[in-house]
Design a protein around this ligand. Structure first.
Ligand SMILES: [Zn+2]
Length: 199
């Protein structure tokens, strides 16, 4: 073995071997990180760092717990690493949670990561409901406008407002239910009046 390592003629072979080991090291580290995540309830800061650094997409279901641990240790660096994992493999929402900073506000207005509940007002403001609703009312059919008045709510997403009749699940995009206020209903009635005059 000694002669192999010291002999220059074998160097390319050793380089290739090291490259192979390095390629596998990440996978081996990932397996160790996942095992640690499963078996250690209260990891030390070093253990947590290893888990977050190598766990990769396997960490997604455990992100709420990992976030709590990192938060308790005051490890903003680890929180940022978890955030980028969430962005890459999780289900990033159109808006950020004001408490933990993750884009993890689900359609029930609860943050998947920290459990914080945001208000409908927050959703309305962050996603510019007013502009999107105006656009929606202008383009919806009379039947659809009647329908949402009866339902009393619409769905608000990153780019537009939709009727709750649309099959949102099929798009894999997050939409939030927004209840119609008096001013929204007045807007619909006004639009209906305009259309009736046109006929
Ligand atoms: Zn949160």
């Amino acid at each position: 073995m000694h002669t192999i390592i010291t002999s220059l003629s074998y160097k390319p072979k050793i380089d290739a071997l090291i490259k192979r080991i390095n390629r596998h090291r990440r996978i081996i580290n990932m397996i160790i990180a996942v095992k640690m995540l499963e078996s250690i309830r209260n990891p030390t800061p070093d253990q947590l760092e290893f888990i977050v650094a190598y766990g990769d997409r396997a960490l997604i279901p455990e992100i709420p717990r990992l976030y709590r641990l990192a938060k308790n240790m005051n490890r903003e660096d680890l929180i940022m690493m978890l955030q980028s994992l969430w962005e890459k493999y999780g289900c990033p929402s159109p808006i950020e949670c004001p408490k933990c900073g993750f884009r993890a506000i689900m359609p029930d207005l609860i943050c998947y990561v920290c459990g914080n509940i945001v208000s409908e007002n927050y959703i309305r403001e962050k996603l510019s409901f007013k502009e999107k609703f105006d656009e929606y009312v202008k383009n919806a059919s009379l039947a659809e406008l009647n329908d949402i008045m009866n339902l009393g709510f619409v769905l608000l997403g990153e780019i537009d407002v939709k009727s709750p009749r649309y099959r949102i699940e099929a798009w894999k995009k997050i939409y939030y239910p927004v209840h119609l206020r008096q001013s929204d209903i007045e807007k619909i009635i006004e639009e209906m009046g305009k259309r009736k005059q046109e006929y």
